[in-house]
Ligand binder design. Structure first.
Ligand code: GLN
Length: 206
């Protein structure tokens, strides 16, 4: 399989490495520019986007990572990773870096800051085999997206979803070219279908 890196500065790195291995990829942690240059694709894990943003500076990964994304390296961001890949963030820190790759605006902690988590079964375009059980942890949503961004999943309009009416139908999974992102954490559920989709993208099969 392809060699897929997981950005390993902070966040749930192990879970992504395991999910990638189970999805037919070879998985490796990426902390240094030399490691980044070896991988065929990169996962940006869940965690804290402001912290990851600072660590990208400290580990001198910001410029090489932007360069690889601009050159078309496939990337998948979950939650904090989605925030980093968006062109613009609302409710972020002023000095938070955006890597870009997804022509959209995300809102951090969108479902309510005080809400730790919720779970919902989602229809996910391009993932066969029934709904995907989505775990949201202080998750962002996509506030708006350019037509170039393909919407793959939305939360329901169930009033149980934290955020109430404002949250109904919000976009929570997207793809633009070789960049995939989910506001939730498939790496935590043992369901590898989203990681398999990403591996297929890296292999050029999807
Ligand atoms: N709230 C976090 C952030 O803003 C994301 C949370 C997560 O990745 N589970 O980066």
């Amino acid at each position: 399989g392809p060699l897929i890196g997981v950005l390993a500065l902070q966040g749930d790195v192990r879970e992504h490495l395991a999910a990638l291995e189970q999805s037919g990829a070879r998985a490796t942690a990426v902390r240094r520019p030399a490691e980044l240059s070896e991988v065929d694709g990169l996962v940006l894990p869940g965690g804290e986007s402001t912290t990851m943003s600072r660590l990208l500076d400290i580990f001198e990964l910001l410029t090489p990572l932007r360069a690889r994304l601009a050159a078309g390296m496939p990337a998948y961001g979950s939650c904090a990773g989605m925030i980093l890949l968006a062109n613009k963030v609302l409710d972020g820190r002023e000095d938070q870096h955006q890597l870009g790759g997804l022509d959209m605006i995300v809102r951090r902690n969108a479902f309510g800051r005080q809400v730790d988590s919720f779970e919902e079964d989602l229809d996910f375009d391009g993932v066969g085999g029934g709904p995907v059980h989505a775990v949201f942890i202080r998750a962002p949503w996509v506030e708006s997206a350019s037509p170039a961004v393909e919407v793959l999943a939305r939360v329901s309009d169930d009033p149980q979803v934290p955020g109430g009416a404002a949250a109904a139908g919000r976009i929570v999974a997207v793809r633009q070219g070789s960049v995939l992102a989910t506001a939730f954490h498939p790496e935590l559920t043992g369901d590898t279908r989203v990681h398999r989709l990403f591996v297929e993208m890296v292999e050029g099969r999807s």
